[in-house]
Design a protein around this ligand. Sequence first.
Ligand SMILES: *[C@@H]1O[C@H](CO)[C@@H](O)[C@H](O)[C@H]1NC(C)=O
Ligand SMILES: *[C@@H]1O[C@H](CO)[C@@H](O)[C@H](O)[C@H]1NC(C)=O
Ligand SMILES: *[C@@H]1O[C@H](CO)[C@@H](O)[C@H](O)[C@H]1NC(C)=O
Ligand SMILES: *[C@@H]1O[C@H](CO)[C@@H](O)[C@H](O)[C@H]1NC(C)=O
Ligand SMILES: *[C@@H]1O[C@H](CO)[C@@H](O)[C@H](O)[C@H]1NC(C)=O
Ligand SMILES: *[C@@H]1O[C@H](CO)[C@@H](O)[C@H](O)[C@H]1NC(C)=O
Ligand SMILES: CC(=O)N[C@H]1CO[C@H](CO)[C@@H](O)[C@@H]1O
Length: 800
Amino acid sequence: MAFALVPLSFSLLFLLPSFALAQNGGNLTVGASLTASDQNSSWLSPSGEFAFGFRQLNNSVDLFLLAIWYDQIPDKTIVWYANGDDPAPKNSKVELTDGGLVLTDPRRAELWRSVTTGAVTSGAMTDAGNFVLQDGHSVAWESFKNPTDTILPSQTLDRQGVLSSRYSDTNFSRGRFQLKLQEDGNLVLATVNLPSDHTNEPYYESGTEGDSISSSPGYQLIFNSSGYLYILRENRQKFTLGVEPPTGNFYHRATLNFDGVFTYYYRPKASTGNERWTPLWNKPINICQNSRVTAGSGVCGFNSVCTLVQDQRPTCECPSGYSLFDPNDQYGGCKANFTQRCEESEMGPVEDLYGFEVLLNTDWPTSDYALLQPFTEDGCRQSCLQDCMCAVAIFRSGDMCWKKKLPLSNGRVDPNLDGKALIKVRRGDVPRIKPEILEKEKKNRDDPVVVGAVLLGCSMFANLLLVSAICLGCFLIRQKKLKRIPQQDSFVETNLRCFGFKELEEATDGFKEELGRGAFGIVYKGVINVGCSIPVAVKRLDTLTRDAMKEFRTELNVIGQTHHKNLVRLLGFCDDGEHRLLVYEFLRNGTLSSFLFGDKKPGWIKRIQIAFGIARGLLYLHEECNTQIIHCDIKPQNILLDDCYNARICDFGLAKLLSLDQSYTLTAIRGTKGYVAPDWFRNLPITVKVDVYSFGVLLLEIICCRRSVEMDIEGTNTENAILTDWAYDCYCEGSLDTLVGQDTDALDDRENLQRFVMVAIWCVQEDPSLRPVMKQVIQMLEGVVEIPIPPCPCPFSVTT
Ligand SMILES: *[C@@H]1O[C@H](CO)[C@@H](O)[C@H](O)[C@H]1NC(C)=O
Ligand SMILES: *[C@@H]1O[C@H](CO)[C@@H](O)[C@H](O)[C@H]1NC(C)=O
Ligand SMILES: *[C@@H]1O[C@H](CO)[C@@H](O)[C@H](O)[C@H]1NC(C)=O
Ligand SMILES: *[C@@H]1O[C@H](CO)[C@@H](O)[C@H](O)[C@H]1NC(C)=O
Ligand SMILES: *[C@@H]1O[C@H](CO)[C@@H](O)[C@H](O)[C@H]1NC(C)=O
Ligand SMILES: *[C@@H]1O[C@H](CO)[C@@H](O)[C@H](O)[C@H]1NC(C)=O
Ligand SMILES: CC(=O)N[C@H]1CO[C@H](CO)[C@@H](O)[C@@H]1O
């Protein structure tokens, strides 16, 4: 209880002075007015949390925006605005009249007016952030029913309701994106063809239009007062958007950002100095790679290329030879700074006039007008060069040449493209090479690469036998309590517990019992006390580089938001001076490695269940959690087993930190033919397919109960040394018996066995584009889809 009291009394203290301000804006009568000037002029809500009034526009000190904002946070985030398209000059005035709110400029010309029903008698700024005009006892107008780009708790959006983005972070004119609850009940995000209202095909759909047979159509978008954002269907069922919001003393908002991403944010109400708006989830997951869009320019405007950066927000960049239409508007599209005239070919060889810049894995999927196939890259270049329509040629998959015309639309970086864009540029008046872009391009590709270090992970659990978790139940209850209490220093923006270094030093008895050694450092056994003692595994990351240290909290947020029964739970962390540690739940049944390769071969059914568990965990990381996580180090030492032999993936989400650590280089993994996908050595982009590869290897190990590489087979049996090769040979010869040895359980279940082997062979295809994604893997494992005959995993290598 002591726990609960501290923050409560704290927040009371916090609120008291605010009540004193209440008389200001709680209840306004007709005639009240505000003037736009350098002085603060606003009406506060009774608690003082929200303010209505004038805000000076950043880029122009003499222009003002009539807005509603959070008044008690330093950045005073704006949640509603009236005159985005018509900024108000200094000394403009907003007045509460019986006809509603009226905004006029100093010459009394009307800039904006609330369209009101009935005669207004009073107005008030509420503590929910809603500005309400009353007509006697009914509502004549409210800002909640006339939203701009943000929706707040206790606000709803009816059918045909729209959120409209602003033009840029600081320009509140109507922007290029719109969120709408359509008449049919579907919630969609779409680009708008400004200055008209026409929207293009949606780039996100909730799929709640209902089909009258199995599902009921959406009726309202509801942001309820506990922070849940969901679509209420006609039959009262809820379709929840995104993940559960944190409970406690937080502000919540969901905003259609100016770049088209609809993001749910939260931040602690209490000010500790370094809190910020933390994105909890966003729609769509990847705004750049939208396969459905066919019309419109795409997120970045015409001729531009979209790349996803932090918090799943897009950035846009012009290819070389192109420059921004509006140098101040990164998202406004690009223009070519030359035009190729078709008559030019008569002026001499086109080769002298034009050349190509290459961008890897870049595509404008909706701009092609011709496909040449089969075709060589040289042929492709020649063909585009000679063709005055051709602005870009995409050469992909080894034999396809797609010719594209201007304007190029929906440009994006797509790591799965397996190809390159040849961008036609004019020689002479454009620089031959634009190193920044090529360099940047390379960086983007390398980004998810977790070089090296991939190797050790949490093999520490290997030797481990149990210590009992007597009060697990007690812990869970405790955890729940902890979650509700927003203690300033105990949590990052997630629900993770923050430990002091001293505390963990005590918990591990001075880092006494070592469980194992991983890529960064050592893992120790510990016991933390949260009312009762629970065993934990404490991972020390003391060798992080400076860059990685900066990323630490970001990554924690990602990991802290994961929640799946096939993942090891992160309970807390320590970020204290020089020390960075992670505190995981402790699983006492050891690693998959010790389970599979121990003395006794474990049962077939158990093994199948484990394989499914791992597959589901990976599917979650790849597709279902808020931020896509590529594990990059799937291997049996990184799979732990809980009391019920459920597979639990550990060490996920650390890949980013490892990649920042320059001391781990590619060479460190070279030569270890094991779980590492060949993509790593080929300088191919690292995608989820590297995990699929590792999963394939792991699946074979689970089937055969042997390691992927048997180092100590000498002389006699070397052809079996590499499990993937051997398995493919056995599969081709139809001799699955050889593969599983004396495992009668497996042989009795031949159908499943055969299927599992086929899936594994698909997963270990050397060509990443041939490998299935985890969703398909699971469908194939379950037998709900037919599995095609897998090709040889390494078509290019010479077989002896
Ligand atoms: C606001 O003021 C008006 C006029 O003084 C009064 O009639 C009304 O009851 C007040 N409303 C509230 C909520 O105090
Ligand atoms: C304006 O507001 C700021 C911060 O809320 C305050 O420090 C300042 O004194 C105010 N200025 C006037 C003229 O009220
Ligand atoms: C104005 O600019 C400052 C710094 O340039 C920035 O921190 C602030 O958020 C901007 N304000 C608005 C309303 O955009
Ligand atoms: C905001 O952007 C629009 C569209 O580009 C432009 O017309 C307007 O002048 C901008 N407003 C401000 C205040 O910069
Ligand atoms: C908000 O919605 C959630 C999820 O449906 C529900 O659990 C909660 O009780 C609701 N809160 C309120 C205040 O209605
Ligand atoms: C073409 O664009 C580049 C930037 O992309 C610029 O540096 C170059 O000067 C431009 N050339 C012409 C002729 O406008
Ligand atoms: C290796 C190991 O610790 N196995 C244990 C896994 O969990 C079951 C059930 O709790 C125990 O019976 C095993 O001994």
